[in-house]
Design a protein around this ligand. Structure first.
Ligand code: ZN
Length: 307
């Protein structure tokens, strides 16, 4: 394997495919603050020696204002990022500081809330069938396992080798592997992409591929980091929002809606569910729903696949 990573330039907008891109910021991967932040992160194999000769360039599309990193790792190096660099060991070290029992409980409650809403919102569409759900970029398949526990026919796809090796339930390494395992070609009632679109070289193509596999009226949940206001990497917060190796696409509530719309999805208000017996939490859900038209949209959105 070469010791210097190769990079490629994305020359078209990831959302509208326009080619007029304005540079918002750029820099060297070997210069601070990027270099020190990279050195301080949890990695399997540390990427700094491989990438420090490289540079990054964050751009905005002149036509649709979608923001993204134009310069990204070449495909074989992207594989190395999600293989050797972001290894199981690295992910465990990353989670060790964060995953307290309270965090895990909150995380599980959020997941159960999504499953209950999907069951409710696809009830008519399913006509008594189990919820056919695909979680794309499923990681360790915790959400898939959660959905299965609620009776769903849920599957996961993740191309990271260690995520496949350590997943809670067996998962597929790519969408075409999932395709090959389907007999009857029944389409999905729901698909989910949690913290995935920001990592993809061509997020619109992936959304389109999911749309093709979903029934009209099926539900998509998409969750990405909100990078509103971030146009340069000067602080740690900026770095984590638009990390030049992994977080290569920067979304806002508006650009998330826009790319989903281009792939065939309309926004939809999620159904109300309660994963709690605490009346204060129930009151909060009711209140938030009543205020929904006044609240700012987020980068955690529900969509419906258009007919
Ligand atoms: Zn564009």
């Amino acid at each position: 394997m070469e010791t210097r990573a190769e990079f490629v330039d994305r020359k078209e907008c990831i959302a509208c495919r326009g080619s007029e891109l304005r540079t918002l910021s750029e820099g060297s991967l070997g210069a601070d603050p990027v270099r020190s932040i990279l050195l301080g992160e949890a990695w399997g194999e540390n990427p700094v020696p491989f990438v420090e000769h490289g540079s990054w360039r964050y751009v905005e599309c002149a036509a649709c204002q979608q923001r993204f990193h134009a310069r990204i790792l070449a495909p074989e190096w992207m594989d190395r990022l999600y293989g050797e660099w972001e290894s199981q060991e690295a992910m465990e070290a990353f989670l060790a500081d964060r995953a307290t029992p309270a965090w895990k409980q909150a995380h599980a409650e959020v997941a159960v809330g999504h499953v209950l809403r999907l069951l409710k919102m696809t009830q008519t569409l399913r006509g008594g069938e189990a919820l056919r759900l695909l979680d794309f970029g499923c990681g360790w398949a915790e959400f898939v396992a959660q959905a299965v526990a609620f009776g769903a026919d849920a599957r996961g796809v993740d191309f990271a080798p260690d995520r496949q090796a350590y997943a809670k339930v067996p998962i597929y390494g790519a969408l075409d592997e999932w395709d090959a395992a389907q007999d009857g070609g029944q389409r999905l009632h729901a698909a989910t992409v949690f913290q995935v679109l920001e990592h993809l070289v061509d997020p619109r193509a992936v959304l389109e591929q999911l749309a093709e596999r979903m029934m009209p009226g099926a539900i998509l949940i998409a969750e990405v980091p909100d990078t509103s206001g971030v146009r340069d990497i000067q602080t740690r917060e900026d770095f984590f929002a638009i990390a030049p190796l992994g977080h290569i696409n920067g979304f806002t509530p508006a650009s998330l809606r826009s790319i989903a719309d281009r792939a065939g999805f309309a926004t939809v208000t999620p159904a109300a569910t309660w994963v709690t017996t605490q009346w204060t939490k129930v009151a909060k859900v009711i209140g938030r729903r009543a205020l929904a038209p006044l609240l700012r949209p987020t980068t955690n959105q529900y969509f419906v696949r258009r007919a």
